[in-house]
Design a binder for this molecule. Sequence first.
Ligand code: UDP
Length: 195
Amino acid sequence: MSSNYILGNRVDSLTLAAAVARVASFIADGSPHHIVTMNAEIAYLAYKDPGLQAVINRAHMVTADGSGVVWAARKLGTPLPERVTGIDLVQALAAEGARRGWRFYLYGAAPGVAAAAAAKLQEEHPGLVIAGTTHGYLGPDAMPALLAEIKRARPHILLVGLGAPKQEYWIATHLEELQVPVAMGVGGSFDVLAG
Ligand code: UDP
């Protein structure tokens, strides 16, 4: 898989289908993997924040979420095959996951939203397994209990919707401890899915 660099941030050259296949290989592998969906806003934040840029460039997959990123790659002479938005990737993973029995955990957004998003995903993808949901406004004191719950739930895919860059830092901080095969920042996707 080849990669491009936009403002120093890695973006992988992937179609949606290739991204789903890579996630399947991450799950088969079983060790923890971090997925970043890159848009112009995150690219600029990371350009200004070397810590965030290091997190992104260490991630196991970085998809081109924003049309600005696809545009920039074309301008730089290293075009990407297609835009892979976070929401499209979540839908495609839910479709594949419903077939394969992957367990999903949704963490983030206002109280009730992740649960509503999970219910919508299950409606659209019959058989989808939701291992749990938690809202994204817990204080630091509640973190150990949340981490323990996610570990107990043993999801294959942990979707984290805390907005960028909070979700990227949260995943980078906790991924080793959680040992989930795939953790992915999804921004405001739970709000969109919940409708
Ligand atoms: N959010 C959260 N906890 C926080 C801050 C934000 O759960 O402490 C949620 C917020 O409710 C929303 C998402 O994170 O669902 C951020 O959405 P936004 O569209 O701003 O993020 P982006 O897609 O731009 O990264």
